[in-house]
Design a protein around this ligand. Sequence first.
Ligand code: SAM
Length: 251
Amino acid sequence: MRIDILTIFPEMFPCVLDASILKRAQDKGLADIRVWNLRDWTTDRHKTTDDAPYGGGGGMVMKPEPIFAAVEDIRGEEEVPVILLTPQGRRFTQTVAEELTQQARLIFICGRYEGVDERVREHLVTDEISIGDYVLSGGELAAMVVVDAVVRLLPGALGYERAAAEDSHATGLLEGPHYTRPLLFRGWEVPEVLRSGHHARVAEWRRRQALKRTLERRPDLLATARLTEQDKRWLREMGYHGPFADDGVSQ
Ligand code: SAM
């Protein structure tokens, strides 16, 4: 997958892109991530990328010309999704991350100041993504969040392939607890079942823990999660009285 990121602060990216899973994915050729400085597409001496808003008011607005020129140059003749990071976009979730992995290429536009000129959104952008209901100073951190969540899903990006499939949200549930050595730490012991070597018992314990944790922390997720009849029985035993995704659908 090729990912192009347009920003006026390219210096923000290396420490995130050049570490850990993102670095490994690039080294393995799974992701080709390129960060571009929008100022390289300006035509004036001062490399201006923003201007005062029409109609007055405070703040600056990112000019459309460098953004259009950069995207048109970078995508060439290809049809590439152009994603604007904006608090007004659709909410980023694991499902959206999975959806984006289906693309061969992605272009991200990082806004700054009051945001980008509306004509960018209307005539260039094909998707708008928000990483949450809060306002960041710029789209760079949001782009890093989205890129990280997408790239780690690419086949081969994680050392342990099943890890992504078991992560919180991948299954529609939160993941249960993890333990590592030492067995006894400050008097707190690792649950016996995890030491039993009995794979079926471990799997059942983990599934119950995931259900329990989701019920405790995010019961809203249970209404849409893909659950087995056994899961539902366990949840009812745990005191869940809410709906299930397939209520009313005969099995
Ligand atoms: N005035 C804008 C508004 O009210 O919608 C907010 C502009 S914000 C200060 C500057 C830039 O940060 C935005 O153009 C966007 O690229 C980025 N940004 C801020 N919050 C974001 C969020 N929750 N998700 C994605 N991008 C965000």
